[in-house]
Write a protein that binds this ligand. Structure first.
Ligand SMILES: *Cc1c(COP(=O)(O)O)cnc(C)c1O
Length: 431
């Protein structure tokens, strides 16, 4: 495959955009080569400006559960565009989308829309602090909750790839209120509560972590977390920006019996348009302005075009619950194929699947937390990523990311990916 035009485009971008990209993980810093610049998408494929065609397992980092250019979503967006791009006034489509979400999620009576996952989580945290009157929050190492100041502490994926535990520009005074615990380790949570005499406003978790590779929380751990939060009057927030509508229709909440107090959503909820949301019981949401004193706002929040895309997408998912079994079957076939290919050349691999989400680590032990995930062989991953890309398989360019299946991912694409993995791993290990 030739990448000449992309290499040139990257050099041009570099001159005027930091690192040549608008989100750091896109820059290929943790893998070999430079990022292909994308010309267009076609169902399950991405096509770059050199006309290379890739099977897309990234899907814009999660949102595109119907693949690229889904005709229903496209039609509803075009209709909405023709009515006007934004009004800064209420529209009925916001209520329609809110109704769908309230109906789907037991823990949500009311929901507010924003324009990104970062904004959803940042707002949810403010609301939790406002509702409880407490400052401290607890997060888990390896969980990513967007790039707002309080949450940029051992935040997985992009940051992990760059080895930045937090970021310059974030005052220590802010992260002082962010307590850090170990994923799947209730003792580390108990310690944080014991060390927090003024209480903890909320515990935020990715119940199915997708930003340190795919690492689901154990059901027993989630139950213990629920109990300790209830005991201490701390709100439990499930950040389902990635897992929502991905792991199951209702994300982790469709799989686990544990119910959170608040939920954050993003990615699939906008079907590729910028949408985030946070929701909770009516009592908690009543603290939010204008009903209550906790301020939160947005010029483009509930944007009618973005809402139209989300509404069509969620209704399509809801109308076809069997989709999740198909996603899961494909994801399992894929990672089993990868694992088989790895075993054949004596490379260790562990894999994980939840609905349309899949992950794999070059490791010979189960991954339960961020420290385990960090043991992944990143050099091997970088070579694997390059070999796959050269064979037309587009995987996330970091070993701390999750892969995705869409309705446009065909069995033939899965088989192509497996054959490519076999060839790539043979090539790497032969050297
Ligand atoms: C992607 C992600 C976010 C941030 O969403 P953005 O839309 O990128 O701001 C927050 N939480 C989780 C779990 C995510 O996966």
């Amino acid at each position: 495959m030739g990448y000449e035009k992309s290499i040139e485009a990257f050099e041009e971008a570099y001159k005027v955009i930091p690192g040549g990209v608008d989100s750091p993980v896109r820059a290929f810093s943790g893998v070999e080569g430079t990022p292909p610049f994308i010309a267009r998408g076609e169902g399950g494929y991405l096509i770059d400006i050199d006309e290379n065609r890739y099977v897309d397992f990234v899907q814009s980092w999660g949102p595109l559960i119907f693949g690229h250019c889904d005709s229903d979503i496209e039609a509803s967006v075009i209709e909405a565009v023709k009515r006007g791009l934004s009004f800064g006034a209420p529209t009925t489509v916001e209520t329609e989308l809110a109704l769908e979400i309230v109906e789907m999620f037991e823990s949500i009576d009311k929901v507010r829309f924003v324009s990104s996952g970062t904004e959803a989580v940042m707002s949810a945290i403010r609301l939790a602090r406002g509702a409880t009157g407490r400052d401290n929050i607890l997060k888990f190492a390896g969980c990513y909750h967007g790039h707002s100041d309080s949450l940029l502490v051992e935040a997985g994926s992009g940051l992990a790839t760059f080895g930045t535990p937090s970021s310059p520009g974030v005052p220590a005074d802010l992260t002082r209120h962010t307590l850090l615990a170990t994923y799947n380790d209730i003792e580390s949570v108990q310690k944080c509560f014991a060390q927090s005499p003024d209480g903890i406003a909320c515990v935020i978790i990715e119940p199915i972590a997708g930003n340190m590779g795919l690492v689901p929380a154990d059901e027993a751990f989630l139950k213990q977390l629920r109990t300790i939060c209830t005991e201490h009057g701390a709100l439990l927030i499930f950040d389902e920006v990635m897992s929502g509508f991905r792991a199951s229709l209702t994300g982790a909440q469709g799989i686990s019996s544990v119910k959170p107090d608040m939920v954050t959503l993003g990615k699939v909820i906008g079907a590729g348009m910028p949408v985030g949301a946070f929701g909770a019981s009516s009592a908690i949401m009543a603290h939010l302005s204008p009903e209550g004193p906790v301020y939160q706002a947005g010029t483009l929040s509930g944007n009618p075009v973005a809402m139209a895309a989300g509404l069509t997408s969620l209704r399509k998912l809801k109308a076809n619950p069997a989709l999740y079994e198909q996603f899961e079957a494909k994801a399992k076939r894929l990672v089993e194929g990868f694992k088989h290919a790895a075993m054949a050349v004596g490379v260790p691999m562990v894999t994980e699947v939840r609905g349309s989400m899949f992950g794999f680590f070059f490791l010979n032990k189960p991954v339960k937390n961020f420290a385990d995930a960090c043991e992944n062989d990143s050099t091997l991953f970088a070579k694997f990523h390059k070999g796959m890309l050269d064979r037309g398989i587009y995987l996330a360019c970091s070993s701390y990311e999750t892969g995705f299946i869409s309705t446009a991912t065909t069995d033939a694409m899965i088989e192509q990916a497996i054959t490519s993995a076999e060839a790539t791993l043979r090539e790497i290990t032969a050297k």
